[in-house]
Design a protein around this ligand. Structure first.
Ligand code: GDP
Ligand code: MN
Length: 381
């Protein structure tokens, strides 16, 4: 689960991590009122669940009431990476001498929380990790001991020379770690943490993700949930018994079994295609389920072809084929659908699909290649 920056800041404040004060605004009028109250240079920031808002024009400084209104008008309603901005944070702008990165993540290799710090703050950390990984310093935190002050200071010394700033930064890291553990977080980032000209260390951006499986014991976090369209789809899918994750590609996948779903995505990638989603519909040939899954896939505008990959075990391929035909008779879509059926009663299954508008395939690789080909045809039209 993701939260917005303004919500991360509320948690930071609760844990006494210093931030520049701000307020969330839903209208241009509220932006103007907030400017009047702060009566100083403000920063206006889109609140959406994606990074790189700065680059996309979703973060603007404003020195006057007029500029604040103009920025509010521009940012409210704009789209960032396909997500509509419905609220902005208006904060007292900090004076910045230098920007740093501080982050905590769950690291599978060390089976621990890892603290990462870098002097390359403010920019997207993924870029730094790719191009200059040596500029990111990592510290594995012992789960029994937690982040010890000496370890936090060691990390802070990678950023600052002056002991006064080292202490401030280390203090922020220890508090951030406490917040991270207390809330079952899976990611906590302060990017940037800044040094001001009067030598204060401040968090001016915050990002936090949480473990969905821990929400049952994190009521306060769960109450912060504000879902956007994509997340709404994932939640809806879950309530229907699917596991669904939206991705950026154009081939919709419908598969029975999580392992097979992963293999299907790999196969599409192998032939140069890109899956639009992960979707495990579970072990059933119920036509209603297929209809729902199909509707879910074609509601994604990026989907240009669908690949259905079914391994018949207890689920019989002829049942699945019947379900598919019934389902397609109830769905209006021009998206071509490739079906690969294998396992119990596969021959009968394929026989049923003959003459239908499905594109049959016998092997997984054939199905993947066909689906990719079909997306290219659509492109050419
Ligand atoms: P992101 O692009 O989504 O990560 O948004 P950030 O909140 O990190 O803002 C992007 C950039 O805008 C920062 O790296 C800063 O350079 C600048 N910025 C953000 N807040 C302030 C502020 O309070 N004062 C100043 N001077 N610049 C800011
Ligand atoms: Mn940032």
């Amino acid at each position: 689960m993701k939260i917005h920056e303004y919500q991360a800041r509320e948690l930071f404040t609760k844990y006494k991590i210093p931030v520049n004060t701000g307020r969330v605004c839903y209208t241009v009028e509220e932006v103007a009122e907030t400017f009047d109250e702060f009566n100083q240079l403000v920063v206006i920031k889109a609140q959406v669940h994606v990074g790189g808002r700065g680059k996309a024009g979703g973060v603007k400084l404003a020195a006057t009431r007029e500029k604040a209104i103009e920025a509010g008008r521009n940012i409210l309603g704009m789209e960032i990476k396909g997500i509509k901005v419905e609220k902005v944070l208006v904060a007292r702008a900090a004076d910045i001498e230098k920007e740093y990165y501080v982050g905590l993540i769950n690291d599978r290799n060390s089976k621990s929380v890892v603290l990462m710090v870098s002097k390359e703050g403010g920019v997207e950390i993924e870029e730094v990790a790719k191009n200059t990984p040596e500029l990111i310093h990592k510290f594995v935190i012992d789960p029994q001991l937690g982040l010890q002050p000496y370890q936090a200071r060691e990390a802070a010394f990678k950023l600052f020379d002056d002991i006064k700033q080292v202490r401030q930064a280390a203090d922020i890291m220890v508090k951030l770690y406490q917040l991270y553990v207390d809330t079952d977080s899976t990611l906590a980032e302060v990017n940037p943490m800044v040094l001001t000209p009067d030598k204060q260390v401040l968090a001016i951006d915050g990002k936090m993700n949480f473990d969905d499986n821990a929400l049952y014991r994190q009521k306060e976090i769960e109450e912060m949930r504000e879902v956007d369209e994509d997340e709404m789809k994932e939640i809806e899918a879950k309530s229907k018994g699917f596991s669904y994750v939206k991705l950026d590609g154009n081939i919709g996948c419908m598969v029975n079994g999580a392992g097979l779903a992963m293999a299907t995505m790999d196969m599409i990638n192998l032939y140069g295609g890109e899956p639009a989603n992960f979707l495990d519909i579970g072990g059933s040939s119920n036509p209603q389920k297929v209809i729902e899954a199909m509707n879910l896939l074609v509601s994604d505008k990026n989907v240009k072809a669908v690949m259905i990959n079914i391994f018949g075990g207890i689920t019989r391929c002829d049942d699945v084929a019947k379900g598919l035909i019934e389902a397609m008779s109830q769905i209006e879509t021009d998206v071509p659908v490739v079906v690969r059926l294998t396992g119990t009663n596969e021959v009968e299954g394929r026989e049923i699909l003959k003459g239908s508008k499905f594109y049959p395939a016998e092997t997984m690789s054939e199905a993947a290649r066909k689906a990719i080909e079909l997306t290219q045809k659509v492109h050419a039209d």
